[in-house]
Design a protein around this ligand. Structure first.
Ligand code: CAA
Length: 259
């Protein structure tokens, strides 16, 4: 499939795929087509057995400055209901392989929500995170009030959502929103390093482990522990588990096949 607003590379690095948002003049504002394209690319990479980890990035100036305001400006509530744009986001969240957001510059509104929908965030020290929707007399609609609050806690989330203030990469790091902050010239490299580390692990175990961590957001503790246990047992059905433990005993590096 060819895309208009994103660039993709299935083998950007061995086992690591890349999606680059590519509307630079509009600071990668997320219009409906761009979000559809991300959804398709993620699905394609999820089904590609050579891909073990996916990176979503923008450019130095912007990861994404939010949903496309010009596209939304004249919409009514019923337009929004009928278009149901967040259905696309639900699909994005269902990606089975780990997705890392490599963020530089503006990461705002839907952009911040997209980054938070990913599993991990690696940021350049120039990154700015925010949910400025309140300044448009709307509010976050793609998970901002929920994921931000879970990540940084009520006090900071409330302040960001109600005032629209931006936080720096260092503040985001301190608040627990992101995984790493590195100099601007290294943010993509650092995300690749993290992706490669994950790509070395068993894809079966990675998938089950990701699913289990995400379950913690959706359930109470008992149900979550039960879910985790089933996935833990399931790992023992894989050839990779035998290989992993055998390699440990034989003091050699394991080679995982995702079977
Ligand atoms: N939608 C549409 N176009 C956008 C945009 C957006 N979210 N953000 C930036 N642009 C466009 C600007 O209109 C401008 O286009 P023109 O050159 O045609 O005028 C271009 O990108 C460059 O932007 P600026 O000239 O504004 O650049 P700046 O450096 O002066 O400011 C900024 C950068 C602070 C990010 C500013 O662009 C801004 O505030 N953008 C909007 C951020 C925002 O409110 N995001 C939330 C959107 S709503 C949302 O996301 C809802 C949701 O939950 C899903």
């Amino acid at each position: 499939m060819s895309y208009e607003f994103i660039l993709t590379e299935a083998q950007y690095q061995p086992h690591v795929a890349l999606i680059r948002l590519n509307r630079p003049k509009e600071l990668n504002a997320l219009n409906l087509q761009l979000m559809q394209e991300i959804k398709h690319a993620l699905l394609e990479f999820d089904q590609n057995e050579d891909v073990r980890c996916i990176i979503i990035t923008g450019n130095e100036r912007a990861f994404a400055a939010g949903a496309d305001i010009k596209q939304m400006e004249s919409r009514t509530a019923i337009d929004m209901l009928v278009i149901d744009q967040f259905e696309t986001w639900d699909q994005i969240r269902k990606t089975k392989k780990p997705v890392i957001a490599a963020v530089s510059g503006f990461c705002l509104g839907g952009g911040c929500e997209l980054a938070m929908t990913c599993d991990m965030i690696v940021a350049s020290e120039t990154a700015k995170f925010g949910q400025p929707e309140i300044k448009l007399a709307i509010m976050p609609g793609a998970g901002g009030t929920q994921r931000l609050t879970r990540a940084v806690g009520k006090a900071l989330a409330m302040e960001m959502v109600l005032t629209g203030k931006f936080i720096s990469a260092d503040e985001a790091m301190e608040a627990g929103l992101i995984n790493r902050v590195v100099p601007e010239e290294l943010y993509l490299e650092e995300a690749v390093k993290l992706a490669k580390e994950i790509a070395q692990q068993s894809p079966v175990a990675v998938r089950l482990a990701k699913e289990s961590v995400l379950k913690a957001f959706d359930t109470g503790l008992q149900e979550g522990l039960y879910f985790e246990r089933k996935n833990f047992y399931m790992c023992f059905a894989s050839e990779d588990q035998k290989e992993g433990m055998n390699a440990f005993v034989e003091k050699r590096n394991a080679v995982f096949k995702g079977r």
